[in-house]
Design a protein. Structure first.
Length: 455
């Protein structure tokens, strides 16, 4: 019995950040409640658009609008997160997103729902979501000790997984029973509850960088003045964040690998068509497929205690990315619902483990003064990957069918990832030293190497 207990203690999730940081606890629960609503939204929108149009291309176009808006939100959110109180940014963005959810609800209850309403709501929610997600990502490292970053990353992944594990399946079931309008009202209620939790966060001013220290007026100009100065410096600041990502020989390849996964191995816009045409099932099956990745990710997150003790982090990251791509490939090749659910669960396992390692590595290497902008680049590569990948897969599905397009995307993701891996020597050699878990080094490649702005 004692060996079992020791094994559980070593491999179970580390709850330290929740015990030691009130701010992180508020972020965790606020995000969990919000995602419980977003999980329903992620099922209701594609199902309703597909029901109105009968086309995965229109589903992808709505996703594209949201992705483009999310890209703009991620970049602007990163700039603001490095200049303004991050708490105010998060609350303002989440409040704005509620307006988009309200538009979806009104449209759903109309006698003849309009397709244009989905595009408008997608633009509003994408912009607000991009700003909020970037500011939140930049906030988390300020609420925990550096040694707790892997555990905090795992807990943030769990907040996503807990919120998404049941709500998409529930959304698919309720969509068939009560229709989408009531689902959008649920999303509004969850968003309001999330804002109530996040309201308790303390003031979260960013670290003062050299530019701000040299010009105190930036910090004293008030919110409107800071926004004007931020807009004036937007191009220079954005370029600085992108330059850091481009020249860092670990962060850059990690960003590229994430982009490849989202571009090629993100089959979500095809799920309604896949459930109908390849599985011969309806909205209930689509909801289960949307939930399966979160179920797999939740199991992986709950047993993620080992991630904080991994030393060859680069190699492990590459293995889990391959597992995710293989899950997508297997999904496209099956016509069995149980096998499809297993494949989606495997994809979720790979995705969440990759996210834990990527997040811990990136925030561990990035100076706080650049963290908002680097988080913006991280969010942007995700939204751009989704924006381009959705239409690409939906057009490919017209030729290969939904299953063939999904399988081709998984195979392409695995191949392109292999090319990046072969060229990223420092990433393959990346290790996290046990003496200082927050310091990321690459001794096998070059003992003197550090990120351009690292320690």
């Amino acid at each position: 019995m004692r060996p079992v207990i020791r094994w559980l203690r070593r491999h179970s999730i580390d709850l330290g950040p929740l015990r030691s940081s009130r701010a992180f606890t508020l972020i965790f629960w606020g995000r969990l409640v919000s995602i419980a609503g977003i999980g329903v939204l992620s099922t209701a929108i594609p199902l309703q658009v597909y029901a109105l149009t009968g086309s995965s291309v229109h589903v992808a176009l709505v996703a594209t609008v949201m992705g483009l808006a999310g890209f703009a939100g991620a970049l602007s959110g990163g700039l603001m997160a490095d200049r303004l109180d991050r708490r105010k940014i998060i609350l303002a963005a989440r409040g704005s997103a509620i307006a988009g959810f309200a538009l979806l609800a009104v449209n759903a209850f109309a006698a003849e729902p309009m397709l244009a309403a989905f595009h408008v709501a997608a633009a509003v929610d994408g912009l607000a979501g991009g700003i909020s997600a970037t500011a939140l990502s930049a906030t988390v490292p300020r609420t925990v000790e550096p040694i707790q970053l892997p555990a905090a990353s795992a807990l943030m992944a769990i907040s996503m997984d807990l919120g998404m594990v049941l709500t998409p399946a529930l959304g698919g079931l309720l969509y068939a029973v009560i229709g989408p309008g009531w689902l959008y009202l649920w999303v509004i209620a969850a968003s309001l509850a999330s804002m109530a939790l996040l309201w308790g966060l303390p003031e979260l001013q960013p670290g003062i960088d050299e530019q701000a220290a040299a010009d105190p007026q930036i910090r004293q100009a008030g919110t409107l003045g800071a926004i004007r100065r931020t807009c004036a410096q937007a191009w220079a600041d954005t370029r600085e964040g992108m330059a850091y990502v481009a020249r860092d020989r670990v962060v850059g390849p990690i960003m590229l690998l994430g982009f490849i996964q989202l571009l090629c191995a993100s089959p979500y816009v095809l799920i309604p068509e896949f459930a109908e045409r390849q599985l011969g099932l309806g909205p209930e099956a689509a909801g289960l497929l949307y939930s399966a990745p979160a179920a797999g990710a939740l199991l992986a997150s709950l047993s993620s205690g080992w991630t904080g003790r991994v030393r060859p982090a680069g190699r492990v990251l590459l293995v889990v990315l391959c597992a995710s791509s293989l899950g997508v490939l297997a999904l496209g090749l099956t016509s069995s619902l149980p096998l499809a659910l297993a494949a989606m669960a495997l994809t979720g396992v790979g995705d969440v483990l990759a996210e834990i390692f990527r997040y811990a590595i990136i925030v561990g290497r990035t100076p706080d003064r650049l963290l908002g902008r680097v988080s913006a680049v991280w969010s942007a590569q995700g939204t751009v990957g989704d924006t381009l990948g959705g239409p690409l897969l939906s057009l490919l599905a017209k030729v290969l069918g939904p299953g063939g397009a999904i399988a081709a995307g998984g195979a392409l993701a695995a191949g392109l990832s292999a090319v990046v891996v072969l060229s990223a020597r420092e990433l393959r050699a990346l290790r996290i030293e046990s003496e200082t878990p927050e310091e990321i080094i690459v001794p096998e490649a070059d003992p003197s190497f550090r990120g351009a702005d690292g320690p």
